[in-house]
Design a protein around this ligand. Structure first.
Ligand code: VG1
Ligand code: CO
Length: 543
């Protein structure tokens, strides 16, 4: 074992983000950088001695090298066991499940999620705690504290581990078990959903396209959809994980999954389309000529989850991140269950799930999940949709139309302004924040503000407070805009502007989102002095 000395903490100024640590890959490859984060994590949890960890990643460039480093550091820190996905692959929800299944001390996930991969793109690492979920703020704060003072790390001199061979190996007293990344996850899914019913749907001629986006869900989707549920070969496309995700962004939204969107809008569209992201925790749902926004998807799933065996007893409650539309709230109200509003990031759902207060959770950023794990879960959402489609024997478009007719429609879109100079983005946010109290009652682009505040969350379980979680502008007539800065970007600042407009049940639900949201958008551009602050009002990405 070698004790390496670090002269200067490489993390100066790096605060914990929405989801672990994300940086350019070359930064992670700098000597001592990854090591500093891993040692700080071990230190923050009272050391690794005697502990068991799950380790895996989404297969992006530097995944295998990072895993070798982590295993050698776990060995040198006295950990007793590491459970590793074969080839270094594990989806984020699979890691969460394995942590829970084995009662382990947590896991390390190598991924920058939906960000592109490659030597000049992004890499990331996050620590998940023993409940299977992302480290809560108290834990990420302790990791950050450690990075500020860390002076050395411990690493084994053992040769590289063979990540391709299933079974057990040893280095320096650390037992390493290489497992099939897919098997346990498939068992979990088959315990929640009616696989026979979904298989019958496929055998009736129901057609589907699942775009794995060259990322980690390819092997999972092939086993579940094609082998277990009998969907024809070719249902899953881009199924082999590649180090640079085929040169694309493994981000399941209409912009980055455009080939799938084009197919679903074409004459030859299959009945159902879906995609997942780099690490398999996000999902996109699209029917023939019917894109389902993530906020609507959460609401439809909440309204119909009881049709799947795993949720036949109904839901304890639902939770959504604050910028997610209020569509799920209307379903919760009708079901007579609680609806919680949390800050952005899955870590905030953990306590609610552990306490049994909620069963389903979702975020507008294409994340949906339930109490089966403590992460959002892309394939889970796809399978719940399939189970519902098999039970209702209706198209996605029919289910959506019926949903809006019952609950009304929350038109929704997120506008992202990327690589904004940090100073300019901060000035916009601070300028708006300073004026919040004076805004209610004022009118912008014909819309009157009824409320304006900065979202602060008090965790109903442990009472912890998370302030400054986004600025909210609420308009008379059912409009809302939310502004916040991304905590996962790696270049400058990303300003996210979330736009919503409610149209009541019985109203017109046939507008395009762009048309329905034009008023809220214009009012927001004016209130924030967007042009003056960041020099543009047109976003880079609209989802
Ligand atoms: C984004 C999303 C957020 C999500 C986070 C991690 O964060 O907005 O909803 O939880 O990414 O997603 P931000 O701070 O950039 O807005 V991912 O799929 O890590 O796994
Ligand atoms: Co992800």
């Amino acid at each position: 074992m070698t004790i390496m000395t670090i002269s200067k903490g490489p993390f100066d100024g790096q605060k914990p983000g929405t989801s672990g640590l994300r940086k350019k890959t070359r930064v992670f490859m700098e000597p001592g950088y990854l090591e500093c984060f891993v040692q700080s994590t071990f230190n923050a949890i009272g050391g690794a001695a005697g502990k068991t960890f799950v380790v895996g990643g989404d297969g992006r460039f530097f995944n295998k090298e990072a895993i070798q480093t982590i295993l050698k550091m776990a060995a040198a820190n006295g950990a007793s066991k590491a459970i590793v996905g074969q080839g270094g692959l594990l989806s984020t929800p699979a890691v969460s499940h394995l942590i829970r299944l084995g009662g382990t001390d947590g896991g390390l996930v190598l991924s920058a999620s939906h960000n592109p991969g490659g030597v000049d793109e992004d890499f990331g690492i996050k620590y998940n705690v023993p409940n299977g979920g992302p480290a809560p703020e108290q834990v990420t704060a302790r990791i950050f504290e450690q990075t500020q003072t860390i002076a050395q790390y411990q690493i084994s001199d053992a040769p590289d581990v063979d990540l391709s061979a299933l079974g057990r190996q040893q280095i320096d007293g650390l037992e390493i078990e290489i497992i099939d990344p897919v098997a346990e996850y498939v068992d979990l899914m088959s315990s929640l959903f009616d696989f026979d019913k979904i298989a019958a749907l496929f055998s009736q001629g129901f057609t589907m396209r699942f775009d794995a986006m060259h990322a980690v869900t390819g092997p999972y989707a092939q086993v579940i959809l094609e082998e277990r549920l009998g969907a024809p070969a070719g249902t899953v496309i881009n199924a082999v994980p590649s180090e640079d995700f085929g040169g694309g962004h493994p981000d399941p939204n209409p912009v980055w999954a455009k080939p799938l969107m084009d197919e679903m809008m074409s004459e030859a569209a299959p009945d159902f389309g879906a995609a997942s992201d780099g690490d398999g925790d996000r999902n996109m749902i699209v029917g023939r000529a019917a894109y389902v926004t993530p906020s609507d998807s959460l609401a439809v799933l909440a309204a119909n989850a009881h049709l799947a065996p795993g949720y036949a007893n109904g839901l304890a409650g639902v939770a959504r991140s604050m910028p997610t539309s209020a569509a799920a709230d209307r379903v919760a109200e009708k079901l007579g269950i609680a609806c919680f509003e949390t800050p952005t990031g899955w870590k905030f759902f953990g306590n609610l799930l552990d306490a049994g207060k909620v069963t389903l959770c979702g975020e507008e950023s294409a994340g949906t999940g339930s109490d089966h794990v403590r992460e959002k879960d892309g394939l889970w959402a796809v399978l719940l949709w399939l189970n519902i489609l098999a039970e209702r024997q209706q198209s996605v478009a029919e289910i959506l139309a019926d949903h809006w007719a019952t609950y009304g429609r929350n038109y929704y879109s997120r506008h992202d302004y990327e690589a904004v100079p940090s100073d300019a983005a901060n000035a916009l946010m601070q300028g708006l924040e300073a004026r919040l109290a004076s805004l209610p009652g004022s009118t912008w682009a014909g819309l009157t503000l009824s409320a304006a505040d900065s979202f602060s969350y008090t965790d109903p379980v442990d009472g912890s407070v998370s302030a400054n979680q986004g600025l909210r502008l609420t308009f008379e007539g059912g409009g809302r805009a939310v502004l916040r800065l991304s905590g996962t970007g790696t270049e400058g600042a990303t300003l996210r502007v979330y736009l919503e407009q409610y149209a009541a049940a019985g109203g017109d639900h046939s507008l395009s989102a762009e048309t329905a949201l034009a008023g809220v958008r214009q009012a927001t551009v004016e209130i924030t002095d967007m042009q003056q602050h960041i020099g543009r009002i047109a976003p880079d990405v609209r989802t």
